[in-house]
Design a protein around this ligand. Sequence first.
Ligand SMILES: [Zn+2]
Length: 289
Amino acid sequence: MSLTKIKDKTANTAEDILDAEIKSKRLSHAYLFLGCQKEIAEKCALKFAKALNCLKQTGGLTGCDGCISCRKIEHFNHPDIGHIHAEGISRQTKIEQIRNLRKDAYLKPIEARKKVYIIYDADSMTEEASNCLLKTIEEPPKDVIIILIGSNLSSILPTIVSRCQTIKFPESKYAQKSHDEKGSYIDEFLNIENRFQSETLEFIKRPKNEQLKTVDLLLTHFRDMLVGTGSKGTGLSSELSPENILILMKELLKSKELLQSNVNPKLIADYMLNSIIGGRNVSETSIYT
Ligand SMILES: [Zn+2]
């Protein structure tokens, strides 16, 4: 099977594609790992970096996990593997971070075969950071691979996207459930999930008053559930205890305050989505406390 065929087959997993890339020795200079489940993409990026630099060179997407290179990458202390995270209250990846990447990328690797830079929040890059990264990708440094991880395609500069090989990661388990499984009241949330998670991520693009309206809609919904007038679902809604609903409502109120005080709406949208759609225990995952 030719590599082109492998890339086109959606049934192939992200890892299959990367495995084939390494085996074919035709690697791209930049990859965009796209998907809503970022942890999976992050793990895959580390695996890729290990495989590219494993001293035992097992071939394909499998580092030995035992050599000094694999171990350093696993422990985030390999000198040639860069990790770039969004910073500050605005949770953005800023120009200084990408400038540092750019300066470093043109230096020879210290011990790696391939230097790898992982940009963990590619959809939160400022415009200046994006342009700086674009320049770097346009003049790709030798033996350097840049991996961008993101969930919102529309927040990434199209000229960057077009220069990356996009590797799609699967949707969350929730998104894969059948319509009936989600329960009737979840219909409403399904729309919200789509609004949040679709590539257009409308929520972020909306004017602030509409973002606030969405939060109000959620608050009303949970209040109705709490007093027993809301519709009962068979899925996630039935798993929420009154205590959980109250905690969720408190988090939503905080989200509202933060929206009003100009905190990055993406951070808020991601958090609300994880709290509500992910059905996680919000008391343990609050970012606001
Ligand atoms: Zn190894």
